[in-house]
Design a protein around this ligand. Structure first.
Ligand code: AMP
Length: 650
């Protein structure tokens, strides 16, 4: 009943009252808990009125909250999702009002309009490439209001690439608050499903990455690096439900070895307190397990002697570890016993016996790691908690303990303005002149697939993210989505995304080396092999030797082709290959002449049309892989690392 009364209050509010004046909301937030702090301090959502109006919230339709703070967060989720369309309208109004003076909105003659109709009729749907001239100007130092009226605080470097380089997403300072708000909703939801998380700690492997400066002097770095380095993270209020084993000093060390080593060491020392083990993506957690496999002897030595590996030179880590690392011969012995030998099956619960679940994203491209995670964890539950991007954080999974195949994310309507292009793979490409009418968040249909289009406070307007989502249902009035796939991604091992054009370019460049042998690549396909560690790209080649009197390309030439392909791939691929080492050397498997014809025969026997058949550019169907592998004539690996530096090539 309280909720209904409050909804009525909300609906009756004139727009000007939806936003409490800043000083008011600040004074309302004397509490130190993070939800209140970010919710009331920085945001002026209508739900704030509601929360203050309700004396004490003791229950939520999502379940009984663990704490008063959780109750407020769950109440916020309730109200926001119940009023999805109204919140969306308000968010769009705010974005348009805030950026009314920006060149971009002026260019499309918005003339200060803040309504949906004007927005939809005047603003085009765009891709990153369309915005590149504006983004380049900002990167070059133009401080005039181009996309956003607020100053651009930094660039976030997406793992999506354009012309081989990471996309640069301009952001504004207040977006940090919005991201923090979404983070603050995750734990209250998790507490509904997993009790007693305040009785221990989370072993999370979190990392920062190198950052660069654009020619105009703005920092460019990944969104998580930006977040971990922010005061929002560094000085986050203590929350007994969210205590990490990793000290900030370890997370904030830019040397990935030192960071991982010290995080692992802390995790081992506090092993009995660990209640959950996580990383952002599944690939990150697997990397940590691999690290343990390689470094357990030194880690055990440090624990036995109470002295820190001299390779850890970061002064702040060394200082911090003095508090944490004490000689413990028994623990060192235990680690040696568990880690020696090849058998790491169930290593996670063996070392961290109180682990209730793994906190890692295993949806989308990460689904390929589920089996391996199950092997290392004896099939512990895997919680996928949120769905986000550099452009915008989207939403959360309201049932985080569900099976990975069942995961649906609820996009939170206060995070940005969301529109959707109905996705029909057989439809012709979008025409710029007459784009289809985009569907609003509240109007989506269950069972249908859509491409996500966002407008953000930082000034992206009707921007195509590239994700394809399927609506699985609604929570209140907010649709819930299964992540289907990223458009145009053929191969992915970590957060790298290689599309068909990039693969083709790599093949073309590599094939140049075969010219002098009068040899060409007549067919190819590819496969992301994650059975090896690290995973790597496998490219199947069928070659044609045009003039048999010239000797065929030597083994070393084909090895070199692997390297040329790697050099041609985008900078994210090369970064994971060179810096993070989470991608192994690219492999070319040369198959016998006629193999791709057999592949076609096989497809036709399964119902493919002869007229329309095209060799798949990526395969992962076992019978096809078996066929290809049974025809392999020679195998080649990249003999060296490709080039990569944090600096952009252009
Ligand atoms: P980035 O811009 O590098 O942060 O990458 C963002 C992209 O990662 C999204 O647009 C999705 O394609 C993917 N992604 C993020 N979160 C998830 C998730 N929970 N499940 C599947 N894919 C995700």
């Amino acid at each position: 009943m309280e909720v209904n009364v409050s909804r009525a209050r909300y609906i009756n509010h004139p727009p000007s009252q939806w936003s409490a004046p800043h000083h008011q909301s600040q004074s309302a937030s004397s509490s130190s808990d993070s939800f209140d702090q970010y919710h009331l301090h920085h945001f002026h959502f209508f739900a704030a009125d509601l929360i203050m109006a309700v004396d004490s919230v003791t229950s939520s339709p999502l379940g009984p909250p663990a704490t008063e703070k959780d109750a407020k967060a769950l109440q916020f989720i309730e109200e926001t999702t119940k009023n999805t369309d109204a919140v969306q309208e308000r968010v769009l109004g705010e974005i348009l009002r805030q950026n009314a003076e920006a060149e971009y909105l002026k260019r499309f003659c918005m003339n200060g309009a803040t309504d949906r109709e004007s927005f939809k009729s005047k603003i085009p749907v765009v891709t990153y490439e369309d915005l590149q001239p504006e983004i380049q100007r900002i990167a070059n130092g133009d401080r005039s209001p181009i996309l956003s009226s607020r100053p651009i605080s930094e660039f976030l470097t997406s793992s999506g690439t354009s012309a081989g380089e990471r996309k640069l997403m301009p952001t504004i300072h207040e977006e940090l608050d919005r991201r923090t708000l979404l983070y603050s909703l995750l734990q209250p939801v998790m507490n509904l499903y997993v009790p007693d998380l305040d009785k221990g700690k989370g072993l999370y492997f979190l990392f920062i990455k190198s950052e660069t400066k654009t020619p105009g002097g703005l920092v460019a770095r990944p969104v998580l690096t930006s977040y971990y380095k922010s005061e929002h993270f560094k000085t986050r209020p203590h929350d007994p439900y969210n205590v990490y084993t990793s000290p900030n000093e370890a997370i904030l060390c830019s040397d990935s070895f030192q960071s991982m080593y010290s995080q692992m060491l802390c995790g081992l020392i506090m092993r009995k307190e660990v209640l959950r083990v996580g990383a952002v993506f599944a690939s990150g957690l697997l990397r940590a397990i691999r690290f343990l496999q390689i470094n357990w002897q030194q880690l055990a030595h440090d624990i036995e002697t109470g002295t820190l590996n001299p390779k850890i030179t970061d002064a702040s880590i060394r200082e911090k570890m003095v508090e944490i690392l004490k000689p413990d011969a028994e623990l060192a012995e235990f680690i040696r016993k568990e880690c020696e030998g090849e058998n790491l099956e169930g290593i996670i619960p063996r070392i961290w016996p109180n682990t209730k679940y793994l906190d890692v994203i295993v949806t989308g491209a990460m689904a390929q790691y589920i089996q391996t995670l199950d092997y290392y964890s004896n099939s512990l539950p895997k919680a996928c908690t949120m769905y986000a991007s550099s452009e915008c954080y989207f939403g959360l999974n309201l049932k985080p303990m569900c099976d990975p195949s069942e995961v649906s994310y609820t996009i939170m309507p206060m995070m940005g303005y969301f529109e959707f292009i109905p996705h029909d793979p057989s439809a012709p490409p979008l025409s710029k002149k007459s784009p289809p009418r985009l569907v609003d968040l509240a109007d989506l249909e269950v069972g249908k697939e859509y491409e996500l289009v966002i407008s953000t406070y930082a000034g992206l307007c009707r921007y195509r993210v590239g994700d394809i989502l399927r609506v699985t249902g609604f929570y209140n009035a907010a649709p819930q989505f299964r992540f289907i796939r990223r458009k145009n991604v053929l191969l992915s091992i970590d957060a790298d995304k290689t599309d068909e054009a990039e693969l083709q370019k790599g093949i073309d460049n590599a094939a140049e080396l075969l010219r002098e042998f009068n040899t060409s690549v007549v067919e190819y396909t590819s496969y992301a092999d994650t059975k090896t560690f690290p995973g790597h790209y496998v490219i199947y080649w069928e070659l044609m030797v045009k003039d048999p009197s010239i000797s065929a390309p030597r083994h070393e030439v084909l090895d070199q082709c692997c390297l040329v392909m790697e050099e041609s791939l985008n900078s994210v691929y090369r970064q994971y290959r060179v810096s993070d080492k989470t991608i192994g050397p690219l492999e070319i498997r040369v198959v016998k002449s006629g193999t791709f014809e057999e592949l076609m025969d096989y497809a036709i026997s399964r119902g493919a049309s002869i007229n329309q058949y095209k060799a798949p550019r990526c395969v992962n169907f076992s019978p096809i892989m078996e066929l290809l592998d049974s025809r392999v004539e020679s195998v080649h690996f990249s003999p060296a690392l490709p080039h990569w530096t944090p600096e952009r090539r252009h």
